[in-house]
Design a protein around this ligand. Structure first.
Ligand code: NAD
Length: 491
């Protein structure tokens, strides 16, 4: 295999390489958190636009702030910032292309001043982030930015900042002082209202440092919300070997992902943006209706497959989804319970989206685990699934049988013993409480539902409770497989 670099591109065959002159591309975006997802998603979009010749001044300068990012610095440097993006199709086929949109990479601990000055430069008009959900440093319970975090506390007094907050806020200060329009701060992390979360974090940090600067940021910087979607698992050695074998590329850190791609982005930019809409990005005024659809269809369906799937013996999401009983159950949940609660959004055809989800979940290349989907249920079910139940119950003829079945399957799973009598490793911050409540069945039939923090007053809703009872007793008596048969026959 050929070691990937600018000089070796010509030698590659069977893989698309940048068709544009990379020497003409300059950075307009600084990105924090160059991991798998950024390289499968935003960097791919810029690569598309560069191929169309419409974004020469929107190249990406990556920045790493974590010790683990040293490796990304070294890999990208050795490969002229090129890497291979491989889409894994459901039939096992792989398609590969070399992405050229990252033109520079700075490892902040090497030289924080260089990172700040790069962002202070007027050529940079967007600072984007995929620093993980935890990277926003927000306390889960209070919702407040954590000023007592050790690295944040360091940055509040130091001239050599270590965190994204210290670096970005100092760059904004210099732009203000030099009369340069501030850049947009664009979060692409998987958080509801990610722009608002970012605004809260950066202004809270700035406020602790300099109240005038915080007020200026609040008045002048924009933080668009976005909804991002593309399953991008961690790159494995098996992926590297396969890419060398199939495509003849020796890439130290390629990226693998599913073919599906979605990015819905709020159109709020301080100083321009690339023509994202030309590369399949949905640029909209309001992201919320799209988030709504994603949570009630994609995320809730994950819960629909994981407990039933686990009880039926499946350990991978694709194996579970390939069982027709499960895929039909998910479609029934989506069509009958969830869809009537959704508001139509322009440009998103729900009737295509639903079967496409089944296809995505069935993709054997992704190897998503059922255990991952079952984890932290008490954070997920109330946020994703129960809003469907509540909206349905407010309708004249409510349909909640499938949503109730999902809740009942969680209750059965939370008993902590599978249908063969083997223990289940329940992972949940409320593990003890939910397991104890689930285990009181059948002496206390509704003990599980009576947890108000999770379910509100659902236990007082006869339509819901009746459906829940029927499924839970069926799960106990005849098991998950027969219960799904019963539910689908009745639908
Ligand atoms: P990754 O582990 O490959 O990369 C994460 C990057 O974030 C690394 O560069 C890491 O150094 C950096 N980072 C972590 N904590 C940080 C902090 N406190 N401050 C600054 N940088 C920090 O992970 P990934 O797959 O690229 O996912 C990153 C994020 O992208 C996810 O947490 C999620 O919000 C979003 N996302 C991922 C996927 C996916 O399928 N992987 C899908 C949608 C959205």
């Amino acid at each position: 295999a050929t070691q990937l670099s600018a000089a070796s591109l010509e030698a590659l065959s069977g893989v698309a390489v940048p068709s544009y002159d990379r020497s003409r591309v300059t950075a307009g975006i600084v990105h924090f958190g160059v991991g798998g997802f950024h390289r499968a998603h935003q960097a791919k979009v810029i690569d598309d636009l560069l191929s169309q010749g419409v974004a020469d001044d929107w190249g990406i300068c990556g920045v790493g702030v974590m010790p683990s990012d040293k490796r990304m610095r070294d890999v990208l440097e050795a490969q002229d910032h090129l890497y291979t993006l491989v889409e894994k199709h459901a039939d096992g086929e792989l398609t590969a292309r070399v992405i050229g949109s990252i033109v520079d990479y700075l490892y902040a601990p090497d030289d924080p001043e260089a990172v700040i000055e790069r962002m202070a430069d007027p050529s940079i008009r967007i600072v984007s982030l995929t620093v993980t959900e935890g990277g926003y440093n927000i306390n889960q319970v209070t919702g407040e930015f954590q000023l007592d975090d050790a690295r944040v506390a360091h940055d509040l007094t130091s001239d050599a900042p270590e965190t994204v907050f210290g670096l970005v806020v100092e760059a904004l200060r210099r732009r203000r002082d030099r009369g340069i329009t501030p850049f947009t701060v664009m979060s692409c992390d998987n958080l509801q209202n990610n722009g608002e979360v970012a605004r809260h974090a950066f202004t809270a940090f700035a406020h602790a440092k300099d109240a005038d600067l915080a007020a200026w940021i609040d008045d002048n910087v924009l933080f668009p919300n976005s909804m991002v979607d593309r399953i991008t698992p961690v790159t494995t050695d098996a992926d590297r070997a396969e890419i060398a074998r199939q495509f003849g590329i020796d890439d130290a850190w390629p990226v693998v992902c599913e073919p599906f791609f979605q990015w819905v982005l709020q159109d709020r930019f301080t100083d321009g943006r690339p023509p994202y809409q030309d590369a399949g990005v949905e640029v909209v005024d309001d992201v919320e209706p799209y988030e709504f659809i994603k949570l009630r269809l994609l995320n809730s369906s994950h819960q629909g497959l994981c407990y039933f799937g686990y009880l039926m013996g499946y350990r991978y999401a694709h194996d579970a989804t390939q069982d027709p009983l499960i895929s039909e159950f998910l479609l029934a949940y989506m069509n009958i319970d969830a869809t009537p609660t959704l508001k139509p959004v322009p440009g998103l055809d729900i009737e295509t989206y639903k079967p496409q989800l089944i296809e995505r979940f069935s993709n054997p290349g992704i190897r998503d685990t059922v255990a991952r989907l079952c984890a932290e249920s008490s954070d997920r079910i109330p946020k994703w699934l129960l809003p469907v139940v509540r909206d349905q119950l407010a309708m004249p003829e409510p349909h909640v049988q499938f949503a109730a079945a999902i809740v009942a399957s969680w209750a059965r799973y939370a008993e902590g013993v599978d249908e063969q009598g083997e223990p289940i490793d329940v992972v949940d911050r409320l593990k003890e409480r939910v397991m104890a409540a689930a285990q009181r069945y059948p002496d206390d039939k509704h003990g599980f539902l009576r947890d108000e923090e999770l379910f509100g007053n659902l236990v007082d809703e006869p339509v819901f409770v009746e459906a829940y009872d029927r499924v839970l007793s069926s799960l106990q008596e005849v098991g998950a497989r027969e219960t799904l048969r019963m539910l689908l026959a009745a639908a």
